[in-house]
Design a protein around this ligand. Structure first.
Ligand code: 3H9
Length: 707
């Protein structure tokens, strides 16, 4: 038998244990091993029943996702799962599936082919396939509604969200929760049921509902999808497959599911989402930082600045159980900051995110202060005052004097040089950038900026801390705007140019929302505040090359006090509920300004709008990658997916460029270069990879192989 699966016996109960660490995925060898074990059990008269269990930290967490890439490139390995599941279900001796950790995807599908399922209270079950752009491909859409009912199956298969053991028990997915040792409990359960007739899930039709009820469930689910998962293929297919379960015999339903599964698996959406899955795990691997490096314990923290960012960061720390001092320079600002935090917590409690007691406990972890008194002992300080180098240096000089040796001194700067900030201290090795995104307590991205001297311990601690804080930390280098904002500049620049060249404001935003962004670049500017970019542009005007075209309409809007949502108008006008509508006044102003500037006007297609904005991201991303400010193309993708609303099913800007093909991308960039001048100079890396027929992903691989 495959060494990934072991068959043992305890008296009359056979125990099939899967041992394929880390998550017992159904890699080649696992299904074969289970199949062989079932055969042996059938032939062993001393066995009355079998327990199927996972070794290590979990039951089967699903199919081996790495194998999907091989399937779509024509090299599938291993046996299909469907026959195995029929074999388990047809076993004359009942199979009791014992679940701990996660029974996800193919893992739940295996579990549902067993005759009974028992689980520890902490276990979770789920069909997360949609998160990978696919649907269950081993009869999950056919067996789950038979166990849990149609509505529950639709919910689980379209959202991909797991359910906890308690909920799984209530909905009929599992039969019992084992409070003691799982294996012992499962064996006891097996002894109880061994002599009883066991039912096969595929023959249980009592929960499949009636046509009228089901029609309402499917219609409601399709309506939700149209709103919340616009353009996504897999959730739609999941509903179709479950609908098939209610209308077709089991075998036909399985064939129908299989066809949809394959369609989804071969789609660009699935390839992109699988790329996202692995990229999210890759991002925490830093080639020159050893895995076992000693981390600095972070048991207490302080935040400087109680504004929007500082307050949000304090909440993030408090939410993770870390007590935090929040410092301001004057009482009024401190009170304002604290009031905002309090109201955020109250709202969370009202919406049921936390219990009132929990919200209170979190709030109490934040200690307001006007002095540096508590700073001598804290393990981590995050400075979050407004963007001004002189002020930041002054603060870091103070911190250097006050904080204990080894304390991590972090800045939340979004643009300024970490090295220059660190130069104000005598311990640049302890200084690092932790760039949160607004609102800090909501946005998942954390850019961790490595200075020239930042120590590996400090880097590793901050990467680890990002997980503790529920964030996804991405290590970036110290360049202006770091990775995210450095790329965002050209992206928004093109959006403005397009308006100045004749595209309507809603047309520019629509081209990007049609691509999948939650918001277009101009509406995003209005949300973040147009004055932010305006101030930065004014500060860095001296760095602009004379004679190189720059957008001007947004600056002129700012000069008129139109900063976006917060002033009731920016590119759009906003009502009291901040609902946007096009503003004819802005159209007239832009028309006047471009006429004065002599900017030629023309019709611009949605395709050109999207290409101009997206390839501006890609071209800058390529420079960043080549200059080494991002470790991998996939890290840039993670930044855009988690901080800038880039649609996950497109995989991120660099992956998207790879899917289009770098030759095509380069050709378009060269066209724009010819038409619009030197801002579109193709990045050398883009040119090189395109000429070599390679992708950004290939570049990442070469790099990591070299390290
Ligand atoms: C499916 O089942 C389709 C079916 O219908 C069948 C069709 C025929 N495969 O996340 P972690 C790796 S689709 C391969 O850091 P955690 C992961 O890359 C599948 N590898 O741990 C990482 O590797 P590394 C449906 C996998 O404790 C390591 O394991 N199932 C897989 O935070 C540890 O992972 C899913 O979508 C896999 N299936 O979380 C479940 N899973 O150390 C996906 C993990 O080299 N997985 N790895 O970076 C998860 O949600 C989480 O990994 C899990 C553990 C909750 C299980």
């Amino acid at each position: 038998m495959s060494d990934l699966v072991q068959l043992t016996k305890q008296n009359n109960i056979a125990i099939i244990t899967i041992n394929n660490p880390p998550v017992n995925a159904l890699s080649p060898g696992v299904p074969e091993g289970i199949s062989e074990a079932i055969d042996q059990i059938a032939n062993d008269p001393s066995v009355k029943a079998a327990v199927l269990i996972g070794g290590g930290r979990t039951f089967i967490a699903g199919a081996d996702i790495k194998e999907f890439g091989k399937m779509t490139t024509g090299k599938p390995r291993g046996a299909g799962l469907l026959p195995l599941l029929l074999k388990i279900e047809d076993s004359a001796k009942p199979v009791i599936v014992a679940i701990h950790g996660t029974a996800f995807g193919g893992g739940l599908e295996v579990a549902m082919s067993g005759h009974y399922r028992v689980a520890v209270a902490g276990a979770q079950v789920g069909q997360p396939e949609v998160k990978l752009g696919i649907i269950p491909g081993a009869a999950g859409t056919q067996r789950l509604p038979r166990l849990a009912g149609v509505a529950k199956a639709v919910e689980m298969c379209t959202t991909g969200n797991p359910v906890k053991a308690n909920d799984a028990l209530k909905s009929g997915i599992i039969d019992k929760i084992i409070d003691s040792d799982l294996l012992a409990g499962a064996i006891a359960f097996a002894n109880e049921v061994a002599a009883k007739p066991a039912s096969k899930t595929r023959e249980r039709n009592d929960k499949l509902g009636n046509a009228a009820e089901n029609a309402a469930v499917f219609a409601a689910a399709r309506e939700t999808l149209a709103k919340k998962q616009r353009g996504l293929k897999a959730p739609q297919a999941a509903i179709d497959a479950i609908e098939a379960a209610t209308k077709m015999p089991f075998e036909e339903g399985c064939q129908f599911e299989q066809k949809l599964f394959i369609d989804c698996l071969f789609s660009d959406q699935s390839k992109s989402l699988i790329h996202v899955f692995f990229s999210e795990r890759e991002v925490s691997k830093i080639p020159d930082v050893p895995k076992d490096i000693k981390l600095i314990p972070v048991n207490s923290a302080a935040v400087i600045g109680a504004g929007t960012m500082g307050g949000g960061i304090a909440m993030v720390l408090a939410n993770a159980g870390i007590p935090v001092s929040l410092k301001e320079t004057d009482q009024a600002a401190l009170d304002r900051g604290l009031a905002t935090i309090k109201s955020n917590y109250d709202n969370s409690a009202k919406r049921g995110r936390f219990t009132p007691a929990d919200a209170e406990a979190r709030f109490k972890r934040i200690k307001p202060t006007l002095s540096y008194d508590d700073f001598a002992d804290v393990d981590l300080v995050i400075e979050a005052v407004f963007e001004g180098m002189a002020l930041k240096k002054e603060i870091f000089k103070d911190l250097d004097r006050i904080c204990k040796p080894g304390a991590i001194l972090a800045s939340n700067t979004s643009t300024l040089s970490i090295d220059e900030i660190a130069s104000a201290t005598t311990r640049p090795e302890s200084v690092i950038g932790t760039h949160f995104f607004s609102p800090a307590n909501v946005m998942r991205l954390l850019e961790i900026v490595r200075g020239k001297a930042t120590s590996k311990e400090v880097i590793a601690t901050c990467m680890n801390l990002s997980k503790t804080l529920g964030k996804i930390g991405v290590l970036v280098g110290n360049c202006r705007g770091f990775v995210g904002n450095r790329m965002f500049g050209p992206y928004r620049r093109e959006a403005q140019f397009l308006v100045e060249e004749g595209a309507s404001i809603p047309a520019v935003d629509k081209a990007l929302t049609d691509f999948g962004f939650a918001m277009g670049p101009l509406a995003t500017g209005d949300l973040a505040g147009l004055d932010v970019g305006w101030r930065i542009r004014k500060e860095y005007r001296h760095l602009e090359k004379p004679g190189v075209r720059q957008p001007f309409a947004e600056d002129k809007l700012c000069e008129l006090g139109r900063f976006g949502q917060k002033t009731g108008g920016g590119w759009y006008k906003y009502d009291e509920n901040r609902k946007a509508s096009p503003d004819p006044e802005v159209d007239a102003l832009v028309k006047k300004w471009v006429a004065e500037a002599g900017t030629p006007q023309r019709q611009i297609s949605a395709e050109e709008i999207a290409d101009r904005c997206l390839y501006a991201l890609v071209n800058e991303g390529a420079r960043i990658l080549e200059e080494g400010f991002a470790l991998r193309a996939s890290d840039i993708d993670i930044i855009y997916l988690n901080g800038y609303g880039f649609p996950a099913h497109r995989g991120g800007p660099m992956w998207y460029a790879d899917t289009v093909g770098l030759k095509k991308v380069l050709a378009r960039v060269e066209e724009f270069h010819k038409a619009h001048g030197e801002l579109w100079e193709p990045a050398p890396l883009l040119k090189r990879l395109a000429d070599q027929g390679k992708s950004f992903a290939d570049f990442g691989k070469q790099e990591s192989a070299a390290r």
